[in-house]
Write a protein that binds this ligand. Structure first.
Ligand SMILES: [Zn+2]
Length: 342
């Protein structure tokens, strides 16, 4: 975002908060129910530059966000999440990394809150070393300053690996532009071409890059949290053939039910934006999900209870910003800002 737009946004947010506009908006037109999506909460004082997907928060900022929510809004117990008339906000956490059990759950307990955790069984079982995007990031980090053969130029010549994540971004663009279905096969191919072992990269930020094990996930459920499917392997559902979509959605449900001995009715679609289409939603309905969560606030997909919106917080504890997002006032400001910057 250009600096001027940034300044205008922050000025708008502060003005709307301190003038009472954000509160007034919330009272009159604010959202009655909201679902907030988070990923990782890390015991570090400053976010690492690897967070190109905006999925990390420091534990300190996260806790300030919890305190903010409790002070200004209502955070509801997760067992009310299927009730469309429940008035308040729900917390959801995607991917099931180890920090969820070690760092995040104790903070939720401290604030007497419960949440939804979205889990990929094949990743918990170690059938794949890492989520593909994390795996490529870790491989490149191990090879900083060296050369790497990558598919973005069809392996025509090696790239120099610099510590700035450019290649991770380029790789993501490549995956989306080519609608890669077998993304883990592609990571394996990269490993073969570079003579890197295709294996978990351990001992490097395990809280961020390794998954909870089953006993930790069972423990979360016993603490009153709810578990959802996040598919088997976190591939992009829209890029998959129908039988693979079926497998991702139904096998994950089945395996979670076997492990946790409770019905699993909720699907949190990975990525959860343009990665989902009406066909995917139909499969989710066919295999028996009754609640589904996107990662966007607006979309044109059918079956409202299987495509419920979510929104995310930025990595900030700045009250005016958080208030404007939670009330929905920010998006009014955005429309005004877009109007004037046309
Ligand atoms: Zn995810």
């Amino acid at each position: 975002m250009p600096a001027l737009k940034h300044l205008l946004r922050d000025t708008w947010l502060s003005a709307s908060y301190y003038s009472g506009l954000s509160h007034l908006y919330n009272a009159v037109a604010g959202r009655k129910q909201g679902v907030i999506s988070f990923h990782n909460v890390l015991p570090i004082s400053k976010l690492q530059p690897f967070d190109v997907y905006n999925v990390d928060l420091t534990a300190a900022v996260f806790e300030q966000q919890l305190v903010f929510l409790k002070k200004h809004f209502r955070v509801l117990p997760i067992d009310q999440i299927d009730d469309p008339t429940a008035r308040g906000f729900f917390l959801t956490f995607d991917d099931g990394m180890r920090n969820n059990h070690q760092i995040l759950a104790p903070l939720l307990q401290k604030h007497q809150l419960t949440a939804l955790f979205a889990i990929c069984p094949a990743l918990v079982d170690g059938q794949l070393p890492h989520i593909w995007r994390d795996h490529l990031y870790l491989l490149l980090r191990q090879n900083e300053g060296k050369q790497a053969w990558l598919p973005m130029n069809n392996y025509a010549k090696p790239y120099l690996v610099e510590p700035n994540n450019t290649l991770t971004r380029l790789f993501k663009q490549y995956v989306y532009a080519n609608q890669i279905a077998d993304i883990y096969g592609l990571i394996q191919d990269i490993c073969t071409r570079n003579e890197w072992p295709y294996a978990p990269i351990l001992g490097q930020d395990d809280l961020r890059f390794r998954f909870m094990n089953w006993s930790q996930i069972v423990d979360l459920a016993q603490q009153g949290h709810r578990i959802a499917s996040h598919t088997m392997t976190h591939r992009v559902l829209r890029f998959l053939p129908a039988e693979a979509q079926q497998y991702e959605l139904s096998e994950s449900k089945k395996q979670l039910e076997q492990r946790l001995k409770v019905p699993i009715n909720t699907i949190v679609y990975p990525y959860g934006g343009a990665e989902i289409d009406a066909a995917v939603v139909q499969v989710a309905q066919n295999v028996g999900y009754t609640t589904g969560f996107m990662n966007v606030q607006q979309h044109s997909l059918p079956i409202a209870h299987l495509t419920r919106p979510r929104f995310a917080f930025p990595a900030t504890a700045y009250t005016p910003h958080l208030h404007a997002i939670t009330s929905g006032c920010k998006f009014v400001g955005k429309k005004i800002l877009n109007f004037f910057s046309k």
